[in-house]
Write a protein that binds this ligand. Structure first.
Ligand code: AMP
Length: 212
């Protein structure tokens, strides 16, 4: 089954995608991660994408649609896939609905925007394994050491700075109502309170998947 994670930046989609994909043995596809890879490639397209991403704006629908179509084309319709960070516009949602003919479920991460700002501006990521931490909400157990792999090198994301965050949240708010309406009409939308413990959010998502 395809599971779509919708939610503003910092709402916990990436963290939950890792937990749920491990639990359901599904593939985790993050368009943000894929675009960051292209952005770091040093090509002219990569440099253009890096510039757009660091400003907090959205990359064009055509480019992201093409990336997603390619990945889904390679996967079986019966495969478990978590799509994290896509769709982000109504056009992307319509595109996906056209190319993906099997059943899919949409999980909407609901959270207060002010809380988000706090989460994202304090986020840091293990350079070696990509585990996500947060100084306020989810610090490492031992200061400066990754719980998962023991690395002591961390990075923050270029698009996590305050200005870019505001732009990203605005981009999200501009589009989300239309996307939610689209999925409400298809009866495949499930709302999750993302302002809860990581364990509880994961529990609710797994319940939704089971009931779908
Ligand atoms: P994320 O890691 O999902 O927060 O994405 C980081 C950045 O990548 C976003 O702020 C956008 O610039 C870009 N991006 C990721 N997914 C999409 C998408 N579906 N459509 C357009 N831009 C995207």
């Amino acid at each position: 089954m395809l599971i779509i994670f919708l939610g503003p930046p910092g709402s916990g989609k990436g963290t939950q995608a890792k937990i749920i994909s491990a639990s359901l043995h599904s593939k985790h596809i993050s368009t943000g991660d894929m675009l960051r890879e292209v952005a770091g490639s040093g090509t002219s397209l990569g440099n253009l994408i890096a510039e757009i991403m660091s400003s907090g704006k959205l990359v064009t629908d055509d480019l992201v649609n093409q990336i997603v179509q390619e990945i889904l084309g390679k996967a079986e319709n019966s495969a478990n896939i978590i799509l994290d960070g896509y769709p982000r516009t109504l056009e992307q949602a319509v595109f996906l609905d056209d190319i993906y003919t099997a059943k899919y479920l949409v999980i909407n991460f609901q959270i207060d925007i002010d809380k988000l700002k706090q989460r994202v501006s304090r986020r840091f990521i293990c350079k070696a394994c990509g585990e996500i931490y947060n100084n306020a909400l989810a610090p490492t157990k031992i200061d400066g050491v990754c719980d998962k792999c023991g690395s002591t090198e961390f990075i923050s994301r270029a698009d996590d700075n305050e200005n870019a965050l505001i732009t990203r949240v605005e981009a999200y708010q501009q589009q989300i109502a239309k996307i939610l309406k689209f999925y409400q009409a298809r009866n495949n939308l499930y709302n999750v309170n993302a302002d809860d413990t990581v364990e509880n959010v994961a529990k609710h998502i797994l319940e939704a998947v089971k009931n779908h």
